[in-house]
Design a protein. Structure first.
Length: 191
């Protein structure tokens, strides 16, 4: 089973991922440890832009999204990342996992969202920054993630139809969100 968790900034994805990781005994992959894996496998240089979640220029993205070269870039990153994970059972935070692993029959894809004020408060507390700094960070991160997702998948980030579950993790909290995911897995997963 592979669980992918896409998220708005400040939704507690790593906390939820850790709960699920302990519950199912699955490796939890974040950007940091995925980069370490890519480095061990000699793929980091080739995939640095993909792992850095570098901001994508909107104009360049709009122009390049219609080219064969851009399609080749998308395909290469998806193929390389898919090959890197293989058929491993794991949990992946971000990295367009819902799209890249969509062919796996054991995929459980989740999108976490929540009230902007709650996400700002969570970010301020987690990162030890002022609410003003947190607000800017949340807005910038969400914009970057939307552009990143569109660039690498051609899809709209957060579109509910592209995920098995869309959860307001700010309302439910980490334990409640993990419980909803757990119930979905129990109801649907036949592995």
């Amino acid at each position: 089973m592979i669980i992918t968790i896409a998220r708005q900034c400040g939704c507690g994805a790593i906390h939820i991922g850790r709960i699920l990781s302990q519950r199912y005994g699955l490796q939890l992959y974040t950007r940091k440890n995925l980069m370490e894996m890519a480095e061990r496998k000699g793929l980091l240089t080739e995939m640095s832009d993909f792992f850095e979640e570098s901001p994508v220029d909107d104009l360049l993205n709009a122009i390049s999204s219609f080219t064969e070269e851009h399609e080749a870039i998308r395909s290469r990153f998806c193929h390389t990342f898919n090959k890197m994970i293989g058929s491993e059972d794991c949990i992946i935070i971000g990295r367009c996992g819902n799209h890249i692993f969509r062919q796996r029959p054991d995929l459980i894809s989740v999108f976490l969202h929540g009230d902007i004020k709650q996400r700002i408060c969570f970010t301020a507390e987690e990162e030890g920054v002022s609410p003003e700094v947190a607000k800017e960070r949340v807005n910038d991160t969400d914009d970057q993630r939307a552009a990143y997702h569109q660039y690498y998948t051609g899809l709209t980030w957060g579109n509910a139809a592209d995920y098995d579950l869309s959860i307001d993790s700010c309302r439910l909290g980490a334990e409640g969100s993990a419980h909803i995911i757990d119930e979905y897995i129990k109801s649907t997963y036949k592995g």
